[in-house]
Ligand binder design. Structure first.
Ligand SMILES: [Ca+2]
Ligand SMILES: [Ca+2]
Length: 280
């Protein structure tokens, strides 16, 4: 009888251990290519334990938005604002279909259902920001300037907050860095790279801001976007486990449901068996 109760205990505990760190890979949003989340009424979308803020409005000048939008756009060549939903990698992390475009203002957040340590996420540039920095456009300079020597940079700052709203820490990631004296080391991120957020500790909410060397009278000239995938995913040092995490994430609801049905069945069986005298 003790063995049965131990087994029941494990069955209940197992799902919560397995899904404590849920990966958000955005693959649960089924879309064809070149589509993205867009709404004038929804103020967020949710994936797993995470809520991504969003705001979309139609004005006389057209549609404008800020926040987070999951996306399957594949355009890595078109310059400018009309191509704002494409990542420069064409696909999501690990050649996945879907990723997330972030165009956050000061109030935009990723909010967790409950405080949790986030491992990090994969990040890359949008096609819009990448080509703007690489070639320059009507608003922004070409990074490095005409000489190629100007120490330009574009960085994302991620700030963590706990459930009391207190800051837990800050993390910087350079989406482009031309500050190297040796210009061959200058770079604009064009692959999926890992941002480690474990230093932020347990967080309830994340906020995002940018800094660029290219600023004008109205603020930053560099397009204030980045692309993300596998939020709370597996760091790249263990290549094989990334795929497993994606699989678990996509199938998590079904697996969790099945495990709870099995657990419930065992509990009922345990109660019925308890009516019999213990053999031990
Ligand atoms: Ca993905
Ligand atoms: Ca340089």
């Amino acid at each position: 009888m003790k063995k049965i109760y131990f087994f029941v205990f494990i069955m209940f505990i197992f799902p919560s251990i397995l899904f404590a760190g849920q990966v958000c890979d955005f693959e649960n949003f089924q879309m064809g290519d070149n589509e993205n989340f867009k709404s004038t009424t929804e103020k967020s979308f949710k994936s797993g334990n995470y809520t991504f803020s969003y705001s979309g409005n139609m004005s006389e000048y057209g549609f404008y938005w800020n926040g987070f939008s999951y996306s399957t756009w594949r355009d890595v060549t078109t310059k400018g604002y009309t191509n704002q939903y494409s990542a420069i990698t064409k696909f999501g992390y690990d050649k996945s279909d879907t990723y997330c475009i972030a165009y956050p203002n000061q109030t935009d957040t990723i909010t967790l259902d409950k405080e949790e340590e986030i491992s990090g996420f994969y990040i890359t540039n949008t096609t819009y920001a990448y080509l703007s920095m690489k070639e320059g456009d009507e608003f922004a300079k070409r990074f490095g300037g005409d000489s190629g020597n100007e120490p330009d940079f574009f960085k994302l700052i991620i700030t963590g907050y706990d459930s009391d709203g207190d800051k837990t820490g800050e993390k910087e990631f350079f989406l482009a860095d031309f500050r190297f004296a040796e210009n061959s080391k200058d770079y604009i991120v064009s692959e999926w790279e890992w941002v480690d957020l474990s230093d932020l500790g347990k967080v309830k909410q994340l906020k995002f801001s940018f800094k660029s060397s290219d600023v004008g009278d109205f603020g930053m000239n560099t397009p204030a976007y980045f692309a993300m995938d596998d939020f709370n995913g597996t760091p790249p040092s263990d290549g094989s486990s990334g795929t497993i995490s994606c699989f678990i994430s996509a199938a998590s609801e079904n697996i969790r449901g099945a495990l709870f049905i099995i657990s419930a069945f065992i509990v009922i069986a345990g109660i019925l068996l308890k009516r019999e005298p213990d053999e031990e």
